[in-house]
Design a protein around this ligand. Structure first.
Ligand SMILES: CC(=O)N[C@H]1[C@@H](OP(=O)(O)OP(=O)(O)OC[C@H]2O[C@@H](n3ccc(=O)[nH]c3=O)[C@H](O)[C@@H]2O)O[C@H](CO)[C@@H](O)[C@@H]1O
Ligand SMILES: C=C(OP(=O)(O)O)C(=O)O
Length: 417
């Protein structure tokens, strides 16, 4: 078993380059199979989710080449084979194969997704969307079988604002006959990124990034080259880590607009922030004010930064309330932070966090962002070594984490148990 070892107490200093966004990459890779010719994706993050997605496409018959610079996907020989188990269970975003295969072949059999299961994560809105487009959806041995003689555009109102359902419906509707309207759509930047790729492949999508998306279905799509947007969650995590260690870090290759919610909250705490065109400098202070944070859909404070933020809020002078309005039970990091001496009480969808010093401990990451929270907590502890297991979760979403933190002056390394 691999462990991440963190000897904290050093302020992070220097510049960190942010890679492409995980949540874009793992939607863009399946989106590529709507084309009949090669799609090239630049600025891909080096993550286990990306590697697993490449394998998934190969299992379906695509030719995939990936190096640190780009991924080339030739889906011309790809087929819609049933994929009830195996790699589909290893990541959440395997659900995008449903929309992509349905759009290209009118049929998909895909096992229910895996990924970080910090609470039940239903996909009823994805299914509602496929059915509205004319597909029949049934469950066969733990996999969804989705089939349509002809996908036909429809008006779809999402009951819940869902990133995954919005993208999955865009994928299928791009190849449907006629016009689709998605109302109450999610507005995350990753949705704009997917629509940009699909349009470059020949789709006709308007309104991505707003709550109303209009899609005119097309008969065929073609290859193109596309560069993935920077990862706002990795960027936000380094911003939080810089503040938590009272450091001075330039977070480079970002879109500052995507980071407005975290930037504003750090400023409210007393952190000094300088925004530049494609980078943000975060300068820590010796003491921080407590603040209340509400995780919401974009452009609100990202739920994926809620756990890392919990670690920073243990470093304030007062009591903060951190609430999650996207996932009401996303608090698996709390028991582990308690092992490190944090004073946190979970009440309903909120964590009440009292500032105080943390101490080193052996802790376990049970999901990706809980893992990031524990790394940040470990970085604040000035004596002893924090040992974090569950590294495989962290590898789902943080590109070159140990190298990046080491370059910023942290003492962090991996060890085999
Ligand atoms: C691969 C990917 O992009 N993952 C992100 C995506 O997950 P994902 O797309 O799975 O999350 P959603 O936006 O769909 O979920 C938002 C909320 O809607 C609920 N819901 C969702 C779909 C559905 O059919 N029914 C339903 O009730 C969920 O339980 C949750 O409470 O957005 C989340 C919210 O920003 C992020 O935490 C994840 O990092
Ligand atoms: C929850 C996350 O990812 P996924 O939806 O892929 O599990 C995340 O990135 O924090």
């Amino acid at each position: 078993m691999e462990k991440l070892m963190v000897a904290g107490g050093r302020p992070l200093r220097g510049t960190v380059q942010i890679s492409g966004a995980k949540n874009s990459a793992i939607a863009l890779i399946p989106a590529a199979i709507l084309s009949e010719s090669t799609v090239i994706l630049d600025n891909l993050p080096v993550l286990s989710d990306v590697a697993i997605y490449a394998e998934l496409l190969e299992e379906l018959g695509a030719t995939v080449q990936w190096n640190e610079d780009f991924m080339s996907i030739d889906p011309s020989r790809l087929q819609s084979k049933p994929m009830p188990n195996g790699n589909v269970k290893k990541l959440r975003a395997s659900y995008y194969l449903m929309g992509a295969l349905l759009g290209r072949f009118g049929e998909a059999t895909i096992g229910l997704p895996g990924g970080c299961n910090f609470e039940p994560r239903p996909i009823d809105q994805h299914i509602k969307g496929f059915e509205a487009l004319g597909a029949r959806v049934s469950t066969e041995n733990g996999a969804l079988h989705i089939k349509a003689k002809q996908l036909v555009g429809a008006k779809i109102y999402l009951d819940v604002v869902s990133v995954g359902a919005t993208i999955n419906i865009m994928l299928a509707a791009s190849r449907a006959k006629g016009f689709t309207l998605i109302e109450n759509a999610a507005k995350e930047p990753e949705i704009i990124d997917v629509a940009t790729l699909l349009n470059a492949m020949g789709a006709k999508i308007k309104g991505a990034g707003t709550e109303t998306i209009r899609i005119e279905g097309v008969d065929s799509m073609h290859g193109c080259r596309h560069s993935i947007i920077p990862d706002r969650i990795q960027a936000g995590t380094y911003m939080i880590a810089a503040a938590a260690t009272h450091g001075d870090v330039v977070v480079d290759n970002v879109i500052p607009k995507h980071l407005e919610a975290i930037t504003a909250k750090l400023q409210e705490m007393g952190v000094i922030i300088h925004e530049m065109d494609e980078s943000i400098r975060v300068i820590g202070r010796p003491e921080y004010e407590s603040v209340d944070v509400k995780a919401l859909v974009y452009p609100g404070f990202a739920t994926d930064l809620q756990s890392p933020m919990a670690s920073l809020l243990t470093q304030t002078r007062g009591v903060s309330i951190l609430s999650d309005y996207v996932y009401s039970n996303r608090f698996k990091h709390v028991p582990e932070l308690l092992r490190m001496g944090a004073k946190i009480k979970v009440e309903g969808r909120s964590a009440v966090i009292e500032g105080g010093k943390l101490s080193f401990a052996k802790v376990k990451a049970t999901d990706l962002r809980a893992g990031a929270a524990l790394v940040i907590a470990g970085l604040t502890v000035s004596s002893g070594i924090t040992e974090i297991t569950g590294v495989e979760y962290i590898d789902r979403g943080y590109d070159h984490l140990v190298l990046n933190l080491s370059n910023l002056g942290a003492e962090v390394w991996r060890e085999q148990d």
